[in-house]
Design a protein around this ligand. Structure first.
Ligand SMILES: Nc1ncnc2c1ncn2[C@@H]1O[C@H](COP(=O)(O)OP(=O)(O)OP(=O)(O)O)[C@@H](O)[C@H]1O
Ligand SMILES: [Mg+2]
Length: 457
């Protein structure tokens, strides 16, 4: 797809993991955020109340005792790690404006003071930087803090006290981050497992389908995975079984026809002896020979294999001799020499299959150029010609028995349409395949693949 994000992974497994991990991260942080905000607000409200109560209580007490005793009382009230009360010198009060919340709390504090002590403006500063507060007003131990809440409460017309309360630093919600990381891990593993469950059978299905597309016999696909994928595998297996059954009945039909033809042919041969007119007898004899050859071909195609056993042969020499035989007969066949190519095969079958391909090239493509190409697990016998080639939509069909294309339905090339059927059966019987393709410069290229160590049987 054009304009598609390049970094977006294309395999289902990675996509699933990415989407799941992203969803987990977003939802975790959303929840953590709401949770943190909520609990932080609660914590702060409770803390503010506490500080306010303490401030009010101390201010009420101080305003009720003689000024000379105030210092001692305040010292007794101090907590060196948490808060400090200090009597402010005149003019040492805060002039900074309060926040809205601060003003509201200041009002509450004022209201909670005894009427006698409500002598002036109370100041509440909620979040003050420690460096903005004069050192002598700070509690002694303030190293771990960077924020404080500050109250200034007038005691009488001249004097006011300062209360500085240390706030602890807001810490990272470590537990939440750890929980999120764990959730990501678990969810990703789950997604990977799920994706594998889907992808494995899909992969098998793809492989099996491409085997069929190349004209091979489809392997049974394991019917596993989630229902949707499993149903696809079941449908695929049903389809390939049906195709296999159809092919099998086709072979049966061929075999039955072949066998049934043998008897009348033999009978006709016997009766032929009684035909006295020589010319007629010879004509009939020739027709019968053709009929017999056709019958044998039908039977061979039906059998697929000849019952011949495997031997180790040099494919190069074998193919060369086929080409040489045809060349001797005056056919336009060339063979490009190749180093010895040892394979284990049924040589007569291979001879027959290759001969079919070469004869086709000569019959429909004017000439046959034959060569052997090395392949990762064996050899390709490549037969090229200069004819019209075969249209792509016919390339599977020509392997079916008796199929001949319109262009070849003439007497000059009069074949039976069994050559490719037979060649394909032979190649597959050796664990190989035949692939047809049109050459760019015109003509057909038939490629018969043979594994070095052909499958047993
Ligand atoms: N090299 C080729 N170029 C063009 N068409 C081809 C070629 N090879 C085969 N064909 C087409 O495929 C059809 C099937 O080929 P196949 O060899 O199975 O049968 P056939 O040659 O007609 O008969 P026979 O049984 O005698 O081989 C041919 O009739 C022809 O139309
Ligand atoms: Mg042929």
């Amino acid at each position: 797809m054009k304009g598609r994000l390049k970094i977006w992974p294309r395999t289902l497994v990675v996509q699933l993991i990415a989407v799941t991990a992203a969803a987990v991260v977003i939802s975790n942080f959303a929840v953590a955020w709401w949770f943190e905000i909520g609990s932080e607000r609660q914590r702060e409200t409770a803390l503010n109340e506490r500080v306010l109560d303490r401030g009010a209580a101390v201010a009420a007490t101080l305003s009720a005792i003689p000024p000379s005793s105030r210092g001692a009382v305040m010292r007794a009230m101090n907590s060196p790690h948490l808060w400090q009360f200090t009597e402010l010198r005149p003019g040492e009060g805060v002039t900074r404006p309060m926040s809205e919340e601060g003003a509201r709390l200041a009002q509450r504090l004022t209201a909670s003071l005894p009427p006698k002590a409500r002598v002036g403006q109370v100041t509440v500063l909620l979040h003050e930087q420690l460096r903005d507060i004069p050192t002598h007003l700070l509690p002694a131990h303030n190293d771990d803090n960077d924020e404080a809440m500050r109250l200034v409460i007038p005691l009488d017309a001249k004097n006011s006290i300062s209360m500085v309360f240390l706030r602890s630093k807001p810490s990272w919600p470590v537990e939440i981050i750890a929980a999120a990381a764990m959730a990501i891990l678990v969810a990703s593993a789950g997604a990977a497992l799920m994706a594998r469950r889907v992808v494995r059978p899909l992969y098998d299905l793809t492989t099996a389908a491409s085997v069929v597309a190349r004209g091979g016999t489809a392997p049974h696909v394991a019917e596993i995975g989630p229902d949707d994928v499993r149903n696809a595998a079941i449908a695929f297996n049903q389809m390939t079984e049906k195709v296999a059954r159809t092919m099998e009945s086709q072979r049966h039909l061929l075999s039955a026809v072949g066998h049934d033809l043998r008897t009348p042919i033999t009978a006709m041969r016997i009766n032929l002896e009684f035909v006295e007119e020589e010319e007629l007898r010879e004509g009939l004899q020739q027709n019968l020979d053709e009929l017999q050859a056709l019958t044998e071909q039908v039977l061979a195609a039906a059998r697929g294999a000849s019952g011949e056993s495997k031997r180790s042969v040099d494919l190069s020499a074998l193919v060369e001799s086929i080409c040489a035989d045809l060349d001797d007969l005056g056919e336009p066949v060339t063979y490009q020499n190749h180093a010895p190519a040892p394979v284990s095969c049924r040589p007569n079958e291979i001879r027959r299959a290759v001969r079919n391909l070469v004869e086709n090239a000569v019959a429909y493509g004017n000439k046959a150029d034959v060569q052997i190409a090395n392949n990762s697990d064996g050899y390709d016998i490549v037969v090229e010609d200069e004819g019209p080639g075969i249209p792509e939509d016919e390339r599977i069909r020509v392997f079916e028995p008796f199929v001949r294309l319109e262009s070849s339905r003439n007497a000059a090339t009069g074949g039976t349409g069994l050559g490719l059927t037979l060649a394909k059966a032979i190649a597959e019987g050796h664990g190989g395949a035949i692939v047809l393709e049109n050459r760019r410069q015109g003509g057909l290229r038939a490629r018969m693949h043979l594994p070095r160590m052909a499958a047993k049987a």
